[in-house]
Write a protein that binds this ligand. Structure first.
Ligand code: FE2
Ligand code: FE2
Length: 447
């Protein structure tokens, strides 16, 4: 494994560490957990990892065959702009997911589940660090029109509610969200990173292999506890039910779909033409859907097996088929099987935004009937949230003709707090000039 590690210049490194102290206070606990839960793995390193690229030349799009860019100014302007926005959006997901996980981390079922999520969070911090490295290691100002300090400031000042993707603006309601999020949303991350292994910008392509190795662990941090939970549900544990897992899956599936953008052309293949990705959004989205369906099928199968021990694999196959066809088999109801909602269910951006489509693809004409349908298929703790309130307010306006779908998509609440963002003091920025001796410097030092 030929890989190099890099540390950020002091002021950016300190800014990330400072961010961690505020947003990820459990980070130091990882060191204690590491030897107990991950004795065979090398210790965690908060650094950028530079891996290998499969090709020195651009593999897709209009510049195919030309050497990969090593500086933003080597790229065509559109590709550079697109990539800069992608790196910022990627950074937002990395830091954003830590803020979400932190909210319910302490509710983990046991020490192992907690340690696994803790490791996921630390690795997301490293991915965020990697994105800051990409932004600060070369001069992007000609592309972005802003200074690196301001870009980093913006990234570190985002909160749950002001991130780029809706999936990162939802609070977790319980520890079930920590693992369902890893199973669904980190899986989107896996696809996005895989697509960009071919990136025409070499430093970005080199960042992908180490991140993808970590992403595989994140998926396991979601799927492994879910496997244990379906087995508990099968044994009749009243605290863990298939219905609760289905509702949590319904909450995250539509938000994950939206991270692929428009399925339509030319949007879907724009990044392929720029040499930044190896497949269209629509193709990647379909592969992600298929993989999610397979995961839920596998979990349902484990549930049936645990409910009906003694059946052969062929018999379990046959039972699963009958259940999928809507039949009740040996006391197992078809609703106990986990399945994906329709892809137009509960959408609020891109394809299907603000259409009232039910879990099974049925359409609704009446808002109240649709709200009642949502209430029956989403986690109870999520229903009374600010997020749901905003969505339903928008939906009512769209249906009444008081707002267009486009306006509704844009009208999402933002908790924007720019500038003086560090909660230590009103005057402190995350990125501080090292060696500065301005008035008030004393009060800027973090405890
Ligand atoms: Fe990540
Ligand atoms: Fe991840």
């Amino acid at each position: 494994m030929d890989e190099q590690t890099r540390e950020l210049p002091q002021k950016y490194h300190q800014a990330v560490v400072h961010w961690q102290q505020h947003n990820f206070p459990d980070y130091p606990a990882l060191v204690e957990s590491w030897d107990r839960f991950f004795p065979k793995d090398p210790p965690f390193c908060l650094c950028a990892r530079i891996g290998q690229v499969a090709s020195d030349v651009v593999e897709y799009g209009d510049r195919k065959g030309q050497p990969k860019a090593t500086k933003p100014t080597d790229m065509d302007e559109r590709a550079a702009k697109e990539l800069f926005n992608t790196v910022k959006a990627q950074a937002s997901t990395e830091f954003g997911s830590i803020q979400q996980h932190q909210g319910t981390l302490a509710r983990a079922y046991d020490d192992q589940d907690r340690a696994w999520v803790l490791r996921v969070m630390a690795e997301e911090l490293r991915h965020g660090y990697q994105m800051v490295h990409l932004i600060t290691n070369e001069d992007w100002s000609a592309v972005s029109g802003e200074k690196a300090d301001d870009t980093v400031e913006h990234i570190l000042s985002s909160q749950t509610g002001s991130h780029y993707f809706a999936a990162f603006n939802l609070e977790f309601d319980s520890f079930l969200d920590n693992i369902m999020f890893a199973a669904f949303i980190d899986r989107v991350g896996k696809y996005q990173l895989t697509m960009q292994k071919v990136s025409a910008y070499r430093p970005y392509a080199e960042s992908m292999p180490p991140m993808l190795r970590e992403e595989a662990f994140h998926l396991a941090a979601g799927v492994m506890p879910l496997r244990r939970w379906v087995e508990r549900a099968a044994k009749g544990d009243p605290l863990v039910t298939m219905a609760a897992m289905q509702k949590a899956a319904n909450k995250w599936f539509s938000r994950g779909l939206e991270m692929f953008g428009f399925e339509k052309e030319p949007f879907s293949s724009a990044q392929v033409n720029l040499g930044l990705k190896d497949r269209t959004n629509a193709d990647a989205q379909q592969q992600w859907i298929d993989e999610c369906a397979q995961m839920l099928g596998d979990l349902s199968r484990r549930y049936v097996r645990a409910r009906l021990p003694g059946n052969t694999p062929e018999e379990i196959d046959a039972i699963q088929q009958r259940l999928a066809a809507g039949e009740t088999v040996e006391g197992i109801a078809p609703e106990e099987m986990l399945r994906l909602p329709d892809r137009r269910f509960f959408r609020r951006s891109f394809d299907g935004a603000y259409e009232m489509v039910g879990i099974g693809g049925e359409t609704f004409a009446d808002v109240d009937a649709y709200v009642a349908h949502l209430a029956g298929h989403l986690p109870e703790a999520y229903l009374a949230s600010r997020d749901m309130r905003h969505y339903i307010d928008n939906l009512r306006k769209v249906v009444a003709g008081a707002m267009t779908v486009k306006q509704a998509v844009k009208n999402t609440p933002k908790l924007q707090r720019l500038g003086s963002t560090c909660p230590c003091s009103n005057s402190v920025r995350w990125v501080m000039d090292t060696g500065a001796t301005s008035v008030g410097e004393e009060s800027r030092l973090h405890p």
